[in-house]
Design a protein around this ligand. Structure first.
Ligand code: CP
Ligand code: NVA
Length: 336
């Protein structure tokens, strides 16, 4: 929790510093441009960051490339068609070679073992830009968005203001849910999960163990300023959304699951997030809607997705400020 709070604190500061510049009077903007001053410390000056993605991306890629540029560094976007990433050369060799030439790596991979292997054999920090098991930078953006809704005046960042919220996940047992599981209960946020029945939608035991280990370590240390969050899991969306402050979902067909599309569309019958579903299930009247994007049409209807409840676009923008904060700390200053 302390590391998350500190990353979020800089993310919020970056956002407001950039806003201040973009909203500045033309006169002062001109002066600032003429003097070459930047409100942002150029912590990546003369540094190069490898942004190695083996899967598609809009938000994570744009956030990563623009963050490196804003911090004064050079980003190299490397797709599988550009380099030998795990195709013609082992990941071990790639980690050794690329890390000998750059100051950090942002890696979007298939299996989670791939990013672990890169990290183990790299001499520079490696950030997970999404693996089949986890998507940690997404959850940082989601937490920043939640702070903006529920504690807009809280700086320095007081994560305890999120304790007691109830987040309902109605969707797949996937990488986004897994990061919510390991992060939210430690921050005192309750999580109620509904996934379809069937072996493909069970909890990931390794993630579950990580969540429990994290909670018991916090409990034993007695260092948590808040009561730890409760987690419940069912196959019933109505049960999950009861008393929810926030309803979250994601695509039913993650990257890599495309071959199972027809089966999945059948399995997720009744899981679309709609006003009616939330009302019948008894979500709080002012519930908010979140989604990491990209959105397909199936998991949420337009009425909810484009409503005032929906914070999906600020949530997407916050990918940039949280990734900038991580790059500044991990690649620019080597501290977290
Ligand atoms: N949310 C997210 O990671 O989006 P991209 O796949 O477009 O990066
Ligand atoms: N669960 C989705 C997240 C995309 C950002 C996927 O892995 O494709």
């Amino acid at each position: 929790p302390a590391q998350i709070a500190s990353v979020l604190e800089s993310a919020i500061e970056f956002k407001s510093a950039f806003r201040a510049v973009s909203q500045a009077l033309p006169e002062s903007s001109r002066k600032q441009l003429a003097s070459g001053d930047s409100p942002i410390v150029q912590s990546l000056k003369n540094k190069s960051i490898a942004i190695m993605f083996s899967k598609r991306s809009t938000r994570t890629r744009v956030a990563s490339e623009t963050s490196v540029a804003s911090l004064g560094g050079t980003g190299l976007f490397l797709a599988p068609s550009d380099i030998q990433l795990g195709v013609n050369e082992s990941l071990y060799d790639t980690a050794k070679v690329v890390s000998s030439m750059v100051d950090g790596m942002m890696a979007r991979v298939g299996g989670h073992d791939e990013v672990e292997l890169l990290s183990k054999h790299s001499t520079v920090p490696v950030i997970n830009a999404l693996s089949a098991r986890y998507h940690p930078t997404q959850i940082l953006a989601d937490l920043q968005t939640m702070l903006e809704i529920y504690a807009p005046a809280s700086l320095p960042t007081d994560l305890s203001s999120l304790a007691g919220l109830k987040v309902a996940w109605v969707g797949d047992s996937n990488n986004i849910l897994n990061d919510m599981l390991v992060a939210y209960p430690r921050l005192g946020i309750h999580l109620s999960v509904a996934t379809p029945k069937g072996p493909a939608y069970q909890r990931d035991d390794l993630v579950w163990g990580t969540m429990q280990d994290g909670l018991s370590a916090l409990s034993k240390s007695g260092s948590s300023p808040v009561a730890l969050g409760q987690v419940s899991w069912s196959n019933d969306p109505a049960e999950a959304v009861k008393d929810a402050d926030i309803i979250v979902t994601d695509t039913w067909i993650s990257m890599g699951d495309e071959a199972q599309k027809e089966q999945r569309l059948r399995d997720f019958a009744g899981f679309q997030v709609t006003e009616q579903m939330a009302k019948q299930g008894g979500a709080k009247p002012d519930w908010k809607f979140m989604h990491c994007l990209p959105r397909k049409g199936d998991e949420v209807d337009d009425e909810v997705f484009y409503s005032d409840r929906s914070v999906v676009f600020p949530e997407a923008e916050n990918r940039k400020w949280t990734i900038m904060s991580l790059f500044d700390r991990m690649f620019g200053r080597w501290e977290l």
